[in-house]
Design a protein around this ligand. Structure first.
Ligand code: GLN
Length: 547
């Protein structure tokens, strides 16, 4: 039977529970165990698909097309284990399932109640879709004390009784604030947070305390005493200057040992193989090169909105021993600039990346950036909306279609990008209209893409014939326009198998100008940079020497 680890957070939000969970998963994996990582978010949205990136950061898309919390991205990047639709659930989805069952008469006339019906639904999720995992980790979103989270805590409390307390571990992440005037780390908020958790009937087994400073042994004992915890299970999570240093840090603090000890598995546990983490930390501590990428986006004030993108650029940097600096450029600011000001903005930038996005604000600015990269032969990488705007820019300026645009932004145009109303998925026809619900109705998840042999894209993907990449969009480049652009040197280097949807475009007479309809950043891993990002950073590095 699998061992269950439940990860809660206390004191304040944004302590990096997702990162902590991913790091724990990777440490258990380093000992040869099979791990599975899952997330329970108490909020009432069915999934984060309709949430603004300002509210909730990036929406992470799984291979099987679920729109999920960005923490699933951390899990995949740290463990390399792909998450599934079944690895993420929200309060909204739980209530939805309960209400659907009620409408279908499945409760046989019972009064439907928070306990047991909602808690049973949560327990059903905890146990569902498991295979032969050694450890299953469940991160519970929010902070202990949130009203929304109460039923989730009640459900896991009950669950631990059912499967046996010794098969479950409760890990609680807290903060030890440092008060400079007192020159001390304060343990009181942690004590209160544990008390709050105890009110729900959950005694944490391990405390992971975020802190700026190391804790003395006496303070560790004090926390243990007040929180009913063996001081050895009070683990300090010192602030790290890179998230990729966290697994080794936790290991040095003894976290994986204490977890295995809790389950009585330490004696027979294999030693961890941490070589790949050591290698990464070594690279990060001694970069050999440096390059700067300009990201022309719309949610630049909030790096979490582009979490996977950030990490994918970083991973490509690791592959080239290159520190990748990102200069965030709000695309709409370019729209009111003179040519001279634009030159100043792009001065010292070795590559331009236009990421995905929704809505009209800033799209003309994206095209200014694309025009700049195209005509000045600066390496360019356009992702999803970034590819669509690159095609609009080329249609306007290479084909002379002055009113070329996407129907996402205006109906009053020559549509070179338009709402996708029909496409194939696993041999089945998908049909959408403008009137469809917003949630979960985009082209989502992994689709095949056939590469054009001899193209730059094919070369980067090691001359593969077909690749699978993850999508999240409603609009699509018109194949007829893409074919006309081929005469002007912008070729289609990736196509859907039915040859209807251009998936990759690239410029022939350019060092690196690639646009992709999918989101390659979701599949980049710290130990295996994505080929397109790797190629882009290599081109930017060449540019470093040119300017
Ligand atoms: N807004 C565009 C569409 O829906 C692009 C989406 C994206 O960049 N993810 O097609």
């Amino acid at each position: 039977m699998a061992k269950y680890i439940f990860i809660t957070g206390g004191v304040v939000s944004s302590l990096g529970k997702g990162m902590a969970s991913a790091a724990i998963g990777s440490l258990l994996q380093a000992r040869g165990y099979k791990v599975r990582m899952r997330k329970m978010d108490p909020y009432l949205n069915i999934d984060p698909g309709t949430m603004s990136p300002y509210q909730h950061g990036e929406v992470f898309v799984t291979e099987d097309g679920a729109e999920t919390d960005l923490d699933l991205g951390h899990y995949e990047r740290f463990t390399g284990v792909p998450c599934h639709r079944t690895d993420s659930i929200s309060g909204g989805k739980i209530y939805y399932n309960v209400l659907m069952k009620e409408r279908h008469g499945e409760y046989l006339g019972a009064t439907v109640q928070a306990i047991p019906h909602v808690t049973d639904e949560i327990k059903h999720f905890i146990e569902s879709a498991l295979t032969d995992e050694d450890f299953v980790l469940y991160e519970i979103g929010g902070t202990v004390g949130d009203i929304e989270g109460t039923l989730f805590l009640e459900a896991v409390r009950q669950f631990a009784i059912t499967v046996g307390r010794n098969n479950c571990l409760f890990l609680h992440l807290t903060l030890l604030p440092y008060i400079p005037t007192a020159g001390e780390l304060k343990t009181k908020p942690t004590q209160h947070s544990v008390k709050k958790l105890l009110e729900t009937g959950i005694q944490p087994d391990i405390l992971l305390c975020r802190s700026q400073l190391m804790l003395s042994d006496s303070e560790r004992r004090k926390i243990g005493l007040f929180c009913n915890i063996n001081p050895q299970n009070v683990i300090i999570a010192l602030d790290a200057d890179s998230i990729y240093k966290i697994p080794l840090q936790y290991h040095d603090e003894g976290l994986d040992r204490q977890i295995l000890k809790h389950f009585g598995m330490l004696e027979n546990a294999p030693d961890p193989n941490l070589e790949k983490w050591q290698k990464i930390v070594h690279t990060i501590n001694a970069w050999e090169h440096e390059t700067t990428i300009g990201v022309v986006g719309k949610y630049c004030g909030l790096p979490d909105a582009y979490k996977s993108l950030n990490e994918a650029l970083f991973h490509a940097g690791i592959a080239h021993k290159t520190k990748v600096n990102i200069k965030w450029i709000e695309s709409d600011t370019l729209e009111t600039m003179t040519e001279e000001q634009i030159n100043t903005v792009f001065h010292g930038i070795h590559g331009i990346l236009v990421p995905g996005g929704f809505g009209q604000r800033g799209i003309e600015g994206k095209m200014i950036a694309e025009h700049y990269a195209r005509t000045r032969k600066i390496p360019f990488f356009g992702i999803c909306l970034g590819m669509q705007t690159a095609v609009i820019e080329a249609s306007r300026n290479l084909l002379g279609i002055k009113d070329a645009n996407s129907t996402e932004f205006t109906e009053d145009c020559t549509p070179v990008v338009a709402l996708m109303t029909q496409w194939e998925q696993d041999g089945r026809k998908q049909v959408r209209t403008k009137q469809n619900d917003m949630g979960g109705t985009m082209r989502l998840g992994a689709y095949p893409c056939q590469l054009k042999q001899g193209s730059l894209a094919a070369k980067l993907y090691d001359n593969a014939d077909v690749i699978y990449e993850r999508h999240r969009h409603r609009y699509e480049v018109d194949i007829k326009i893409a074919k006309r652009l081929e005469e002007k040197g912008m070729i289609i280097s990736g196509l859907s198998p039915d040859k209807m949807l251009p998936e990759i475009i690239e410029l022939q007479d350019h060092p690196f100008y690639i646009g992709v309809q999918f989101h390659p950043e979701f599949k980049s891993r710290a130990f295996e940079a994505h080929p397109l990002f790797k190629g882009f950073i290599a081109a930017a590095l060449k540019q470093t020497k040119l300017i």
